[in-house]
Design a protein around this ligand. Structure first.
Ligand code: ADP
Ligand code: MG
Length: 696
């Protein structure tokens, strides 16, 4: 199918609205979608009718408020368009009213609320977010009209991931416009843009189904490294295998239908690892689309005999997967605030905005670390494939040099001549700004006209990372505006330069243009007093700090209650996942590995006392030693698990992240060593060679 024919065909987009809605209603709706005007309820009935008619034409039988609860996935409860009146008249009457469009009460009392919903007020409401397009999902024999929604409790507490993101967008809009107006620039709206590169593994379903660890936890808990691993690095950007390409094409077609603009596909570094990237758009919409994509990927993969792994670290000793979060700020008129611009004034403004980001990350960098705290990321961050748990910003040498010069006072003179030539910033193409490849190792890299937050995990929702970035930057906008205001006495360019100088000197330690994967950086970061946080457990404790709680309150992004609820849900998730992992490992050792080793002993006659051949005796002793050590470690893990079960979520999450994790690693070590000796027909699980290199 031609891209032009399918793109957006299942989206209630502007073209459809224009066709289906009376002009005045269309314009009012557009005012809400485009400019964030409060929805005029009087138009909702007409909009609902148009939506229903369109959906039914497209074969939809049901509609759902599609939302992003605080659990890991997305949620939908399908309701049919069948109206109760049908019973009276005896034939099917299809209805969709304004109330059904705007608000639903899906009960949904089993979603985590972190204590925000006690049973007597257990009602949760989903409310339509008109700024994100309504779409139709085709799933087998049923088409469903999906209405992107937020999810709140009876008393207005946010019970989802989307609401804080939307609130943060508003906060950042306000703060940025205030600063812009001080700079003499007025715009009706500024919004963050997001382009999310999604990495993933695609493996054969047949192997996947034979691995309880992949099925239950998303990652391999045991498995001897493959001799090849990702050595030779021939997979990266290599020719895409035809079977994988077929999957990608079908995925892209499905994505296009619902308006997801995937433009990039390629092989990633690890074997069986791939990446896709869409064209960036408004962060609220881009976040929704990434969530939708994560839902349809597994479905389409299965049709092609594959299984998708979105886990951050499915396999030991090869790269894990991230989700590079490309973030920038755009005015309603389409100006990217992180584009360098051509005129002197634009370039100055650009430098000011860069300095604002530095200030935000300098002050609240640990919040960015907290925003990427997932169990899976613990195994990826700092493992020589992703930045460590230290948050710093990459600017590249060109911009750093300029800021250094400004801060040392060098700008006097050259700046007043309104020339950047001496600073080397005159009409530089982006390519030169992004002048080193080192940014690839940075957690927060300036890449030409946007910041790339590379520490985000592949399985994560992008709502929190972006809500955090937006909030941090909103605060920095306000703080820098106050300084600029103070410095304003006449010449704006001089005031901006003075402000950059003042701010940059305080925050420059956050800039690091070197190799973030090197051991030297760990030492250097310590000298700079930049924290290095290696576990999700520790990173999440940051959310309990007073100074951050008040930040989220100040910018109306999260109340202390809402933040605390999220923290408590995170502790619950973390401990539950760790419990599942430990139990799965025990299951695999007890029911798979130990019996296999014993079978091997039996088959080789190793139980036979008369077996006296030296080499066999020594092999038997070696294997028996590994087996017995593995058994001891497994039993120790079992005891730990029973202790774990008696703990609070928080204690358990901590215990699971340290002591229990070490013990699991020890068990794995013995199992992997045994795997090196047992033939494939006896070893009970598909090996790394099977899973990763079948198609080579
Ligand atoms: P790379 O792999 O080199 O980082 P890609 O082209 O794969 O580059 O991905 C870059 C991503 O950044 C794309 O999703 C792209 O749409 C996005 N992007 C580009 N400009 C912006 C911007 N101004 N704001 C947000 N995202 C952007
Ligand atoms: Mg990238």
């Amino acid at each position: 199918m031609k891209l032009t024919e399918i793109f957006g065909i299942n989206v209630f987009n502007r073209q459809v609205m224009k066709e289906k809605l009376p002009r005045n209603i269309y314009e009012k709706l557009l005012e809400t979608i485009e400019n964030g005007a409060v929805l005029d309820i009087s138009i909702a009935e007409t909009v609902a009718q148009a939506m229903k008619d369109w959906a039914i034409e497209k074969g939809a039988t049901h509609y759902t408020h599609w939302f992003q609860p605080l659990s890991r996935g997305t949620a939908e409860k399908h309701d049919s368009f069948l109206s109760p009146e049908s019973l009276k008249y005896g034939n099917a009457i299809l209805k969709f009213t304004k109330n059904q469009l705007i608000q639903a009460e899906p009960d949904a009392s089993s979603f985590p609320s972190g204590g925000m919903r006690s049973t007597f007020e257990a009602r949760g409401y989903t409310v339509w977010d008109p700024t994100s397009p309504v779409f139709i999902i085709e799933n087998g024999s049923s088409n469903t009209l999906c209405i992107p929604s937020i999810f709140t409790s009876y008393n207005g507490d946010s019970l989802d991931k989307k609401t804080p993101l939307m609130r943060s967008i508003k906060a950042l809009d306000i703060s940025t416009r205030k600063l812009l107006s001080l700079l003499g620039e007025n715009t009706i709206q500024v919004y963050p843009t997001l382009g999310a590169e999604q990495e993933y593994f695609l493996i054969y379903k047949d192997y996947y189904s034979l691995r309880p660890d992949l099925r239950l936890t998303g990652r391999t808990l045991i498995g001897k490294e493959s001799p090849r691993g990702q050595k030779l690095e021939d997979h990266y950007f290599g020719t895409i295998r035809p079977d994988v390409l077929n999957f990608m094409v079908e995925l892209e077609n499905e994505a296009y239908k619902i308006g997801i603009p995937i433009t990039t596909r390629h092989n990633e570094v690890a074997p069986a690892q791939f990446e896709l990237a869409p064209i960036f758009e408004h962060v609220n919409v881009a976040n929704d689309k990434n969530k939708i994509l994560m839902e349809i990927m597994p479905r389409i993969a299965r049709k092609h005999g594959f299984e998708i792994l979105l886990h951050e670290k499915p396999f030991k000793a090869i790269n894990g997967s991230g989700k590079h979060n490309n973030w920038s700020l755009m005015t309603k008129e389409g100006k990217n605030l992180f584009s360098i611009g051509e005129s002197y004034d634009e370039q100055l403004q650009f430098l000011l905005f860069i300095t604002i980001v530095l200030k935000g990350v300098h002050k609240r960098g640990e919040l960015l670390r907290a925003a990427v705290a997932t169990l899976g990321n613990d195994f990826r961050l700092g493992a020589n494939e992703a930045p460590p748990g230290i948050i710093s910003v990459f600017l590249g040498s060109t911009i750093t040099d300029i800021l250094d010069k400004i801060s040392s006072g060098d700008h006097q003179g050259s700046m007043t001549e309104k020339k950047f030539v001496s600073l080397g910033l005159d009409h530089l193409p982006f390519v030169q700004l992004d002048n080193t490849d080192r940014n690839r190792t940075s957690p927060f890299a300036f890449t030409g006209n946007k910041f790339e937050f590379r520490a985000v995990g592949s399985s994560q929702s992008l709502a929190f990372p972006n809500a955090f970035i937006n909030t941090i930057i909103a605060e920095a906008m306000d703080e820098v505006r106050a300084i600029l205001n103070k410095n304003m006495n006449g010449d704006l360019p001089i005031a901006i330069l003075d402000t950059i100088k003042e701010v940059y000197n305080d925050v420059r330690k956050i800039v690091f243009n070197g190799n973030n994967y090197s051991a030297d950086w760990i030492i250097e970061a310590e000298k700079r007093e930049l924290p290095n946080i290696s576990t999700a457990y520790d990173a999440l404790q940051i959310l309990t700090k007073k100074q951050h709680i008040s930040l989220f309150e100040k910018y109306n992004v999260l109340t202390d209650r809402e933040l605390e609820a999220r923290y408590s849900i995170d502790m619950d998730h973390l401990s539950s996942l760790q419990e599942i992992e430990a139990n799965t490992l025990l299951y695999m050792i007890d029911n798979g590995i130990i019996p296999a080793v014993l079978r091997y002993f039996k088959e080789c006659g190793m139980f036979d006392d008369k077996m006296k051949i030296d080499v066999i005796v020594s092999l038997r002793d070696e294997l028996a030693d590994l087996l017995s050590k593995m058994k001891i470690a497994t039993d120790e893990l079992r005891i730990m698990l029973s202790e774990f079960q008696g703990m609070t979520n928080r204690e358990a999450a901590q215990f699971g992240s340290y002591d229990m994790r070490d013990k699991m690693e020890e068990v794995r070590q013995y199992s992997d060593a045994l795997e090196g000796h047992i033939p494939e027909d006896i070893w009970p699980y598909p090996t790394y060679i099977d899973i990763l290199h079948s198609a080579h």
